[in-house]
Design a binder for this molecule. Structure first.
Ligand SMILES: CC(C)NC(=O)[C@H](Cc1c[nH]c2ccccc12)NC(=O)[C@H](CCCC/N=C(/NCCC(=O)O)S[C@H]1O[C@H](COP(=O)(O)OP(=O)(O)OC[C@H]2O[C@@H](n3cnc4c(N)ncnc43)[C@H](O)[C@@H]2O)[C@@H](O)[C@H]1O)NC(=O)OCc1ccccc1
Length: 234
């Protein structure tokens, strides 16, 4: 294990990740030509209206992504962030837009899934959350209240992301904000760099190409996450 990680050792770091960090693990990104949104219209699968209108279509969409998770592994970018946590402990927070569990499988524990998790379900009645057990058509009955059906524990468009207060508090205290593998197309995540700037943090973008918000970063590096993130961490 190399010495202390991240040259000029900022005290507190917030890392925002998007689909690009899981791309090299084989998880499709959203806006790429063969991306997730290619096969589906967002409004048909990732909105509460779609779930009300055609729950089976939405369940299938998430069942397929959940099943796919078993066929992918964390890559060197996920592993490098887990090493960073080992060195930083509570002074590091990973905020991910991803609903996969690759950060946790790489060993990260300080992870906020602001858009939810594929492996979690919540009851539309009692609101309880449960680990998802596949496959379940048309929403299974909640094992808790046994009355209402479970829905994917995913933040859909038009819904408020999870743990926003915790995220904003961490951005307020951060010395360094790093964005990895995100196009900066979806809010409020795309606005975090401006918040970090406003709170006086240094900001670094690690992405395959300049994102929509690249101009807001004090530094931007292009390349594959599996190379850029370990190079930055170690
Ligand atoms: C389309 C967009 C304009 N619409 C929005 O932003 C909307 C509406 C909106 C709100 N505020 C606005 C302001 C302006 C305009 C619009 C809005 N936002 C919402 O509805 C949000 C809810 C949005 C969440 C929706 N759910 C997702 N995911 C879960 C579902 C699911 O997964 O199925 S969003 C989903 O899409 C987004 C995809 O973006 P990326 O992850 O960046 O992926 P993408 O494919 O786009 O890009 C990949 C990048 O990686 C790079 N890359 C690829 N390979 C690699 C590689 N190998 N290495 C490095 N980089 C790589 C590529 O170059 C690329 O740049 C992620 O957020 C992802 O989670 N809710 C909300 O605003 O509530 C109110 C509110 C807000 C704040 C406080 C209180 C109330």
């Amino acid at each position: 294990m190399h010495g202390p990680v991240v040259p000029d050792r900022p005290a507190r770091i917030v890392v925002l990740t998007g689909a690009g960090i899981s791309a090299e693990s084989g998880v499709p990104t959203f806006r790429a030509t063969d991306g997730l949104w290619e096969g589906h219209r967002v409004e048909d699968v990732a909105t509460p209206q779609a779930f009300a209108r055609q729950p089976a279509v939405v369940q299938d969409f998430y069942d397929a992504r959940r099943a796919f998770l078993r066929r992918v592994e964390p890559n060197p970018a996920h592993l490098a962030l887990a090493r960073l946590e080992a060195a930083y402990g509570d002074d590091l927070l990973v905020v991910t837009q991803n609903v996969d569990d690759l950060h946790e499988r790489a060993g990260s524990t300080r992870v906020v899934h602001m858009h939810g998790e594929l492996l979690s379900a919540w009851c539309t009645g009692c609101g309880e959350r449960h680990r998802w057990a596949d496959p379940l058509r048309d929403g299974p009955l909640c094992p808790g209240c046994g009355k209402a059906t479970l829905r994917p524990d995913i933040v859909w468009f038009g819904e408020i992301p999870y743990r926003m207060d915790e995220i904003e508090a961490a951005l307020l205290r951060a010395d360094l904000f790093v964005s990895v593998g995100t196009s900066g197309a979806v809010y409020p995540a795309a606005g975090f760099v401006q918040l970090a700037n406003a709170f006086g943090a240094r900001t670094l973008e690690l992405n395959l190409e300049p994102s929509e918000g690249t101009a807001y970063f004090s530094e931007a590096r292009q390349g594959q996450a599996s190379e850029l993130v370990p190079a930055w961490v170690d």
